[in-house]
Ligand binder design. Structure first.
Ligand SMILES: *Cc1c(COP(=O)(O)O)cnc(C)c1O
Length: 400
């Protein structure tokens, strides 16, 4: 599709609606709006010269397609969208958010290397460490993601700082520019899980990160119906390592899932605005209740990360955690009494979700002083907040 030459100067919201549309048929001058799902396992070539050209691109680490695994137009369009979102030169698709994390770590760490990992990062990273990385001779240390704490755990072989901001369960805002300075000072590659920001409300590469990882499963997809991940980078040497590891490890994403993500991303801006507005309204309600000890949501003015959020983020989303003056039994009763909230992991779909947070899973966060309070994580969906708040009120009463 031809675009006014000004598209590259247009606002992100505009570009998100115009990137990766289907081409017009040169004969009829017509075509659909949406890129179709181009499913293929094999790529066929007009002649050997065309194949050679693709091979040459591929051997330079560029997007040269010689086989179906990397995908054709649908995948290429989604890669462009991720680059646009994250302000990256290259993006690589993975079949889930966790496999995107695996890709970044496998590409950038070698046997004998040590990496510092924020203690508030997505829990399954510890499982990847325990089951795979430790066996491959890579050592991870978990640490509060602040320069002084990190410095104390540096080793001569430390190569990477891996963080997630805000944190996975309590949404602790990290000072990414400060962490980036620390990483540069010690020659560490800084990898950030940006699933919370979805590349839209938070842009780690612009704040000094080398690599951004996103679970597209969440807000990018937005409809709780696909699994997808992406790894973004701009530095050519880093991108090359990710490119080659992506190929070597056989990563592949279904064209239909890439298509769903492309479809989802068009409404990412308006969905995030609505999720954020709904979550703030729920925060205001929660703050009025005597059972509530503390709210973890960086857009909430009382959150300790609020100033960093104001400085570094351009919006918020539907995620919040709430500390309740309940014992664990009451907290479980509260979760079971909610009717509009699905009990489940994940987030980013249109529906509200609740997760009872096991005390052991946040005890390892250096930031957490939940003490005896029970912690429940909520994803505030796109339902009417009147109904959502009435549901929470009813469940609080039932649990008390
Ligand atoms: C869900 C999630 C992931 C993993 O994504 P999947 O697609 O479920 O594998 C990674 N990081 C964060 C912060 C997540 O919330």
């Amino acid at each position: 599709m031809s675009h006014p030459s000004s598209l590259s100067d247009a606002q992100l919201d505009t570009r998100l609606q115009h990137l990766g549309l289907a081409d017009l048929d040169p004969g009829t001058g017509a075509g659909p709006v949406a890129q179709p799902s181009v499913r293929t396992s094999t790529v066929r070539f007009r002649d050997l010269a065309a194949l050679d050209k693709a091979q040459a691109l591929k051997s330079q680490g560029e997007r040269g397609v010689t086989y179906g695994r990397v995908g054709l137009d649908t995948h290429a369009a989604l890669e462009k969208v991720f680059c646009e979102l994250e302000g990256a030169q290259r993006s690589f698709l993975a079949p889930s958010g966790l496999s995107a994390i695996t890709l970044a770590l496998m590409a950038l760490l070698s046997a004998g290397d040590h990496a510092l990992v924020a203690d508030c990062a997505y829990g399954p990273v510890r499982y990847l460490d325990k089951i795979v990385l430790s066996r491959m001779g890579v050592e991870l240390s978990y640490c509060r993601a602040q320069p002084e704490a990190l410095r104390a755990q540096l080793k001569p072989n430390t190569r990477m700082l891996y963080v997630e901001s805000p944190g996975s369960l309590l949404f602790e805002m990290l000072d990414l520019p400060a962490l980036s300075r620390f990483a540069r000072e010690h020659n560490l590659v800084l990898v950030v899980d940006n699933t919370w920001g979805a590349g839209y409300i938070y842009r780690p590469l612009a704040l000094g990160a080398d690599v951004s990882v996103v679970a597209g499963t969440k807000y990018v997809g937005g409809h709780s119906d696909l699994m997808l991940g992406a790894v973004m980078a701009s530095d050519p040497a880093i991108a090359r390592r990710i490119n080659d590891t992506h190929y070597a490890m056989g990563y592949a994403v279904s064209a239909d899932d890439a298509w769903l993500a492309l479809r989802g991303v068009r409404t990412l801006p308006i969905r995030l605005k609505q999720h954020a507005a709904n979550a703030l309204e729920v925060c205001r309600f929660l703050a009025s209740r005597p059972e509530v000890a503390r709210i973890h949501h960086p857009a909430w003015p009382q959150d300790p990360g609020h100033a960093l959020w104001q400085r570094d983020c351009t919006g918020s989303n539907g995620m919040l955690s709430v500390e309740l003056k309940f014992d664990q039994e009451q907290a479980r009763r509260f979760v079971d009494a909610l009717q509009l909230f699905g009990i489940g992991f994940s987030w980013g779909g249109y529906e509200s979700l609740v997760q009872w947070v096991e005390p052991s899973s946040i005890a390892c966060h250096g930031y957490c002083e939940a003490g005896d309070n029970a912690v429940v994580r909520l994803h505030i969906g796109l339902e009417s907040t009147q109904d959502v708040i009435a549901d929470i009120a009813r469940a609080l009463d039932a649990a008390a």
